[in-house]
Design a protein around this ligand. Structure first.
Ligand code: HXC
Length: 518
C-alpha cells in the first residue's frame, strides 16, 4: 500500500470513530437534549488539547451475535487534555454505542487512563452517560466495573476525581461516581439509582418515576449524592472547569495562587452591622462569605442539601480556600446528621488536597430530639469532629455569634488544632444559651414563683448570664480565642492569617488509617 493510501485509511478510521454509533443515534442523542461524548470533551478541554487513546479498540464478545457489530472505541472516549493549561485525564461515555454500556474492553480503556492519571499525578474526570453493564458481556462487565472501583479507591486522596452524570447511571455503575470527590448532575437529563423504578415497583410495590427516584433534583436536595445540580450540560462543564481551578493536581502539590485584584485590606463596614440585635433573628451567612472573599466569587458545593451548613470554595488573595460556615438562615444553623456529614466530607477533601479551611461559626448547638438521636447524630456528629481534628491544613476559625456546647468544640475550636481562632465582639461562646442555662440552673426556684415573678427573675438572670458568658471575652481570657476582631476588618485578618500559616507543617502519627465513625 502506498504511504498516502495508508494515511487515508487512518483518516477514514478516525472519521468512523468520530461518528460513534452513527448519525441516527447522534441525532437521537441531540433530540434527548444531550450532547455527544465528543461534544462534551470539546466543551470541557482547552481547544485543541485533547489527545485520544484507544480509538481503535473494539469489544471481543461473540455472544448474542455481537461479533457482527463493532464500533471503533467501543462506547467510551478516553484520553487527556488541559483545562486552563493544566493536564487532566478523562473518559466520556458514548451513549450512541450500545447505550454507552460497559464491556470488558471499555473498562480496560477507562482503567488505562486512570492508571496514567495516577502515574502523572493529574485530576481524573469521568463523564457518565450509560445503560450500565453491557448485558451481552455478563460477568466480564461486572469485573470491569470492579477494576474501575478499585482504582477510584486507590486514587482517592491522591488525585482529585470529578464525575459528571449527563444521562443514565444505573445499577452498580453508580458506585464509581460515588467513590469520587464531586458529582455533578444535569437537570432533567440525568439519573442515578441502584435499582430502577421497575425493580422498585416489582419488589416493594412503590410506584415512582425515574426523575423522582434518582433525578438531579432528588440527589442534590434529598440524598446529597450529587454536589452540583447543573441547569444543563454547559453549566455542568463550567462547574468542572471551575472546580479544577481550586484544586492542586495531586496531594503532593499545593493549590495554585492566582493574581488578586481585590484589595486585601478592603474594609467592609456592612459587616459591623450584619449581626442582628436580637440573638434569635437570623441573617444570611452567604452575605458574609460574599463580602469576605476575592471578587465575591464563591463556588458552593451541595447548595441544596443540608442547607444549615454551607460548604464551598473561594479565594483569599488569590489562594484557593475551602469555606465551612453555619447558616443561621436555615434551621438557625443547627448541626444535625446531614450537615455534619456534609461538612465532614468537605473538610476531608480540603485536607487531602492541601486546601486551607476557613470556618465561620454561628451555631446554636445540635438539633435535639428522637429523630436525630435514633438516626445516629452521635456517630454522625463525630464525623465532623474527627475530620477537623485530623486535618493538618491551615485552619482559621471565626466565631461571629453563637458557639454553644458540643457544637462549639466540633466547629474547629482551638483544641481541635484550630490554628488562628478569632471572634467578633458579637460572639457568644458558652455551654448553652442564656434561656436554657437559666432553666437548668434555676428550674426549681422558677417553679415556685408566680408567672410575673418568674418573668422578672428570668430577665434579670438572663442579663447576668449574658454579661458573664455570652461574649467572646470569657473564651479569650483563657486563650481559647486568639483575638477579638472588628467585623469590618475580617477579610484582611483572614488573608494575613492564611499567609502566616502558609508554611505550616503538621503530621499525624503514622498509622494505616484512622477509624472515622462512618
Ligand atoms: C447493552 C444496552 C444497554 C445495556 C442500553 N443498551 N442499555 N445494550 N447493555 N445495559 C442499548 C439498547 O439496546 C439500544 O441499542 C441503545 O443502547 C439505546 O437504548 P434505549 O433503550 O433505546 O434508550 P432509552 O430509551 O433512552 O433508555 C436508556 C436506558 C435503557 C434507560 C439506559 O436502555 C435501559 O434501561 N437499559 C438497561 C439498563 C440496565 O438495567 N442496565 C444494567 C444495570 S445493572 P440500539 O442498538 O437500539 O441503539 C448494572 C450492573 C453494574 O449496570 C454492576 C457493577 C457492579
Amino acid at each position: 500500500m502506498q504511504i498516502q493510501s495508508k494515511i487515508n485509511k487512518l483518516i477514514a478510521l478516525r472519521e468512523e470513530a468520530a461518528l460513534g454509533g452513527g448519525e441516527k443515534r447522534i441525532e437521537a442523542q441531540h433530540k434527548r437534549g444531550k450532547y455527544t461524548a465528543r461534544e462534551r470533551i470539546d466543551m470541557l478541554l482547552d481547544e485543541g488539547s485533547f489527545e485520544e487513546f484507544d480509538m481503535f479498540v473494539t469489544h471481543r464478545n461473540t455472544n448474542f451475535d455481537m461479533d457482527k457489530t463493532h464500533f471503533l472505541g467501543d462506547g467510551v472516549i478516553t484520553g487527556h487534555g488541559t483545562i486552563d493549561g493544566r493536564v487532566v485525564f478523562l473518559y466520556s461515555q458514548d451513549f450512541t454505542v450500545f447505550g454507552g454500556s460497559l464491556s470488558e474492553t471499555y473498562a480496560k480503556k477507562i482503567c488505562k487512563i486512570m492508571d496514567q492519571a495516577m502515574l502523572v499525578g493529574a485530576p481524573l474526570i469521568g463523564i457518565n452517560d450509560s445503560g450500565g453493564a453491557r448485558i451481552q458481556e455478563g460477568v466480564n462487565s461486572l469485573a470491569g466495573y470492579a477494576e474501575i472501583f478499585q482504582r477510584n479507591i486507590m486514587a482517592s486522596g491522591v488525585i482529585p476525581q470529578i464525575s459528571a452524570i449527563f444521562g443514565p447511571c444505573a445499577g452498580g455503575a453508580v458506585y464509581s461516581p460515588a467513590l469520587t470527590d464531586f458529582v455533578i448532575m444535569s437537570d432533567q437529563t440525568s439519573n442515578m439509582f441502584v435499582t430502577g423504578p421497575k425493580v422498585a415497583k416489582a419488589v416493594t410495590g412503590e410506584d415512582i418515576s425515574i426523575e423522582d427516584l434518582g433525578g438531579a433534583n432528588v440527589h442534590s436536595s434529598k440524598s446529597g449524592v450529587s454536589y452540583f445540580r447543573a441547569d444543563d450540560e454547559e453549566e455542568g462543564i463550567l462547574i468542572i472547569r471551575k472546580l479544577i481551578e481550586y484544586f492542586p493536581q495531586n496531594n503532593l502539590e499545593d493549590p495554585i495562587q492566582t493574581v488578586c485584584d481585590d484589595p486585601i485590606d478592603r474594609m467592609d463596614d456592612d459587616l459591623n452591622e450584619i449581626i442582628p440585635e436580637n440573638p434569635n433573628q437570623p441573617y444570611d451567612m452567604k452575605d458574609v462569605i460574599y463580602t469576605l472573599v476575592d471578587n465575591q466569587e464563591f463556588l458552593e458545593s451541595q447548595r441544596r442539601w443540608a442547607k444549615n451548613i454551607i460548604t464551598g470554595f473561594a479565594k483569599f488573595n488569590g489562594m484557593p480556600t475551602g469555606i465551612v460556615a453555619n447558616q443561621p438562615n436555615y434551621l438557625a444553623g443547627v448541626l444535625d446528621i446531614n450537615s455534619s456529614r456534609k461538612a465532614a466530607r468537605f473538610v476531608r477533601f480540603c485536607d487531602a488536597f492541601n486546601i486551607p479551611i476557613l470556618t465561620l461559626v454561628d451555631v446554636p448547638g445540635f438539633l435535639p430530639g428522637s429523630i436525630q438521636e435514633h438516626n445516629g447524630i452521635i456517630s454522625n456528629g463525630a464525623k465532623l469532629l474527627f475530620a477537623y481534628g485530623e486535618a493538618t491544613v491551615p485552619k482559621v476559625t471565626i466565631t461571629l455569634r453563637k458557639s454553644y456546647g458540643g457544637a462549639h468544640d466540633v466547629m474547629s475550636c482551638k483544641q481541635l488544632r484550630g490554628d488562628f481562632n478569632y471572634a467578633w465582639p458579637t460572639a457568644e461562646i458558652a455551654v448553652m444559651g442564656a434561656k436554657g442555662a437559666i432553666e437548668v440552673l434555676e428550674g426549681k426556684k422558677l417553679a415556685s414563683m408566680s408567672p410575673e415573678e418568674a418573668l422578672k427573675f428570668v430577665t434579670e438572670k438572663e442579663e447576668e448570664y449574658t454579661e458573664l458568658f455570652a461574649n467572646p471575652y470569657e473564651a479569650a481570657r483563657y486563650g481559647y480565642i486568639d483575638d477579638v476582631i472588628e467585623p469590618r476588618n475580617t477579610r484582611f485578618r483572614v488573608i494575613r492569617a492564611f499567609s502566616t500559616l502558609s508554611t505550616k507543617k503538621q503530621n499525624n502519627p503514622p498509622k494505616k488509617h484512622g477509624n472515622i465513625p462512618l
